[in-house]
Design a protein around this ligand. Structure first.
Ligand code: AMP
Length: 415
């Protein structure tokens, strides 16, 4: 027997159904905000992630499924969605219209992390990217859309934290101050941070070991007047949209491309894997990847974690409405035609095996959770009718002409 790989899983019913519901809710919210879908490939040139996500980030440096393919090309399974969307935006000249573009994606991502509850090597992200709009209103819209979606899904116990990392200039100034600080205390840092400080000192802030102490004792960020104004305005608009959030000056995001507003949503309900969603502005990424000047903002939700939070909520009843039973050998054809016409009328219907005994088919009908069994026996076959039997309440069986069955059942379901 061959099992699935560690960290890779099958989504079985009812969990697969839950995923479908989450995605349907996301599509509805994206529609309200004018976001359109882009389906990006799962496999890209490795270089794409090295250049955008950053070669000193954990997901690229340690966790990427990267390999040389049969043709000698260096490729990688996508560890996140933003680089693919940005590549597509540039490759297909999507910025040409002069309008900003709002895109969403839903897809599995791959990271070779140590698997545990809520952390997988293949997991699904639902992401939104707004490319080409520098306004604080785009920040506030993106964050409030995220909160709207979580609310719509019924996710409880989450809190949004925001911060601003400043523009390239603010970051450069801060980088120098931080670098001096880190160099002076290099021997106190963990080994990976020691190796990284010269290449990317800002990464130390996101380190699980050194990050918290640095947030406490390290130099504080200061923003230029324009970044300060942008961040103030974003907060003002968030408040106007009724979004509750907390400013966390220690919040940094692990990826290289973030500038300006960054944010995360965490939950108290998931133990150590408490991050539900992360995002932020990436004003320079499109240009640095060879595209036009296109300031942007986006986020990604971990769908597997949302599903964990919603697992115990009552699922909508997806039992069939009717169950079709053939109580005579020759009735199979008519029963199959009835099944087809019920479904064509939009009434979910099911059957087991028309060749089995009446008793066995009725047992399956009961188990299915259907409201009504529609039975065609010898008499019904002759008369062109079917018997309608309620499976929920005791009552008389009614006989109705076959062509009336869909409208009759619709009436009964209404009542
Ligand atoms: P990130 O791109 O790392 O900010 O991830 C965005 C969201 O994806 C996180 O907040 C998590 O909800 C989810 N996520 C990240 N890594 C994993 C993983 N290995 N397994 C499941 N969900 C993940």
């Amino acid at each position: 027997m061959i099992n699935s790989l560690r960290g890779f899983r099958d989504l079985l019913p009812p969990e697969s159904d839950l995923f479908a519901r989450i995605e349907a809710a996301a599509r509805e919210v994206f529609g309200l905000y004018g976001y359109q879908e882009i389906r990006i490939p799962a496999l890209e040139k490795k270089e794409l992630f090295v250049k955008s996500t950053g070669d000193t980030t954990d997901i690229v440096e340690k966790e990427m499924y990267a390999f040389t393919d049969g043709g000698g090309r260096e490729v990688a399974m996508r560890p996140e969605g933003t680089p693919g969307i940005v590549r597509a935006y540039i490759e297909h000249n999507l910025g040409q219209t002069g309008r900003s573009g709002k895109y969403f994606y839903i897809g599995t991502m791959f990271r070779a992390e140590r698997p545990q509850a809520g952390r997988y090597r293949e997991f699904t992200q639902i992401g939104a990217e707004h490319i080409g709009n520098p306004s604080p209103a785009a920040d506030a819209e993106s964050i409030s859309m995220l909160i709207r979606l979580l609310e719509k899904l019924g996710v409880e116990g989450c809190s949004a934290e925001i911060n601003s990392l400043g523009c390239a200039e603010c970051r450069k100034a801060y980088r120098e101050i931080l670098l001096a600080f880190l160099r002076a205390r290099a021997e106190k840092l963990c080994e990976p941070c020691r190796g990284r400080i010269e290449r990317n000192p800002l990464r130390a802030l996101d380190c699980k070991i050194d990050g918290p102490a640095l947030a406490e004792a390290g130099p504080k960020r200061s923003l230029c007047p324009s970044c300060t104004e942008h961040f103030d305005r974003t907060q003002h608009l968030l408040a106007a949209a009724g979004v509750s959030y907390k400013v966390n000056p220690g919040l940094v995001r692990g990826l290289d491309y973030y500038t300006g507003t960054v944010f995360e949503v965490r939950t108290t309900a998931l133990g150590s894997q408490d991050a539900l969603c992360g995002g932020g502005r990436y004003d320079d990424l499109v240009k640095s990847m060879g595209g036009p000047v296109a300031p942007a903002i986006g986020w990604a939700i971990g769908e597997d974690r949302v599903a964990m939070l919603l697992k115990d909520k009552p699922a909508p009843d997806n039992a069939p409405r009717t169950f079709i039973v053939a109580a005579a050998k020759e009735a199979g054809d008519k029963a199959f035609a009835l099944l087809t016409s019920m479904r064509a009328a939009g009434i979910s219907s099911d059957f087991s095996n028309f060749e089995l005994s009446l008793k066995s088919q009725m047992r399956s009908a009961d188990k299915s959770g259907a409201a009504f069994a529609l039975i065609i026996g010898e008499d019904e076959l002759k008369a062109g009718t079917c018997a309608v039997k309620s499976l929920k309440e005791h009552g008389d069986q009614q006989t109705i002409p076959l062509p009336d069955a869909p409208s009759h059942i619709k009436q009964l379901l209404k009542g």
